[in-house]
Design a protein around this ligand. Structure first.
Ligand code: EPZ
Length: 417
């Protein structure tokens, strides 16, 4: 397993381009299951989770041709309707194949995605929504087995604004004639990007990005081409790393409108932020001011930036509170940050950070994508040498992260082991 060796304390300076969004690309690639016609998806980041998704599509019967950041997906033969255990276990987003396969073929079997480092992560909202569309759902030896003579349009109120459930149900509804309404829908930009792709396939969709999405689907959808939006979580992570190292960076192509809450918090912490249609600039001169956050569904502070934010606030001039309202166990990075010198106390869904003047390098281990990102932020700010192991977690969500950081002046190398 590879590791990163960082010699920290150097301010990040310079310009990099923001990559395509992992969490937009995953559902859009999976939406190609809705049609037999060719689809082309551009600006796809080169990440482990993307590789897993393309392998899943090939397993199900698609032919995939990847050319740098462009992916072409063709039909090869009839699609399978059972997702393989090993791929679903590797990546929870595999469960998004249910919507397209159930709507097209009236039946699908998928292993229940297990818990992971950030909590149980059930799919009850997905299953309840499909039942409301007329599916029969049973659990058989750890698999969810769904069948429906014909799914029908429905009004689906979501108990919680689940990103995955909204995406799964939106894809299924795109193949159903009649009007489906998803209420209390998630409003993330990645869902709006999926809606744009589904609309170009022929579905009529209104309200994406609001709490109420209305869909009028068609029994046959056409192939489509699409360029994925910029990755707001990658951009937010780099901005936070720049703040922690008191640097000055410009992220070309980052979308300020997708990070409003985060940019506000960075300004409250004392950073100078320049936002434009070309991208986002940030500069920081000293230790950040303490700023409390509570994670919320979009447009609130994103849970995926909670861990990097904790690393930054651990260097603040005072105490700050971090509340995690989306996942029940998303503080595994706290212990690793403490090894670098952070002073943190965890109490239920809250962490109190008592800011310190500086971190000292240490041996630390990544436990999930964003916890690993937090360790990158902290290691870049720490004096001395930091070694981060299990960086495969980071590779799931950040494309060539050490190359991008080196371009910004960081002293970071990947050691293959
Ligand atoms: C998506 O996960 C993202 N993943 C996550 O990013 C992100 O953290 C999350 O949305 C919240 O923004 C992708 O887009 C691939 P949810 P998802 O359904 O769809 C509970 C990253 O680092 N819940 O909104 O799984 C669930 O347990 C990843 O890139 C149910 O209880 O998120 C969790 O506590 C991590 N029942 C909360 O809702 C359900 O049926 C949020 O889940 C579904 C979810």
């Amino acid at each position: 397993m590879d590791k990163f060796i960082i010699r920290g304390g150097k301010p990040l300076r310079g310009t990099i381009a923001t990559g395509g969004s992992k969490n937009a690309a995953l559902p859009i690639l999976i939406a190609s299951l809705l049609t037999d016609e060719p689809c082309v998806v551009r600006r796809v980041p080169r990440l482990r989770d993307i590789v897993t998704t393309l392998r899943l599509l090939e397993f199900l019967g698609k032919r995939v041709v990847q050319d740098n950041a462009s992916v072409r997906i063709y039909s090869r033969k009839g699609l399978k309707t059972q997702a393989p255990y090993d791929l679903v276990k590797q990546m929870r987003a595999s469960v998004l194949v249910v919507g397209p396969l159930l709507a097209r073929f009236g039946g699908v079997r998928v292993p229940l995605p297990g818990g992971c480092a950030i909590g149980l992560r059930p799919i009850d909202l997905h299953l309840k929504g499909f039942e409301q569309m007329g599916a029969k759902v049973s659990l058989e030896r750890g698999d969810a087995v769904m069948s429906a003579r014909r799914l029908h349009a429905a009004r689906i109120p979501l108990r919680f604004a689940s990103v995955g459930a909204t995406e799964n149900l939106l894809m299924a509804a795109s193949l159903l004639e009649g009007g489906t309404t998803i209420e209390n829908a998630a409003r993330e930009p990645e869902i709006a990007d999926l809606a744009v792709f589904l609309r170009s396939m022929g579905a009529q969709i209104e309200g994406e990005g609001t709490r109420r999405i209305c869909v009028r689907g068609r029994r046959v959808l056409r192939g489509a081409e699409h360029e994925v939006i910029a990755d707001r979580i990658e951009a937010g992570t780099f901005l936070i790393a720049c703040a922690a190292t008191r640097g000055s960076v410009f992220l070309k192509g980052a979308r300020p409108g997708h990070l409003r809450n985060v940019l506000k918090k960075l300004q409250e912490a004392g950073c100078k932020v320049q936002a434009s249609s070309a991208g986002i600039g940030l500069s920081a001169a000293g230790r950040p001011d303490p700023v409390d956050i509570t994670t919320q569904p979009y447009p609130g502070f994103p849970t995926d930036l909670q861990a990097p934010w904790m690393a930054l606030m651990s260097l603040a001039k005072g105490q700050s509170m971090i509340r995690e309202r989306i996942f029940e166990k998303r503080f595994l990075h706290a212990g690793e940050l403490a090894r670098l010198g952070a002073r943190l106390s965890v109490d239920g869904d809250m962490v109190c950070t008592d800011g310190v003047g500086k971190f000292s390098g240490a041996l630390v281990m990544a436990s999930d994508i964003r916890a690993g990102a937090a360790l990158l932020v902290a290691g870049l700010a720490a004096g001395g040498k930091t070694e981060i192991s299990r960086v495969y977690h980071i590779d799931r969500g950040y494309e060539a992260v050490e190359k991008k950081l080196r371009r910004l002046g960081a002293d970071i190398i990947r050691v293959k082991s």
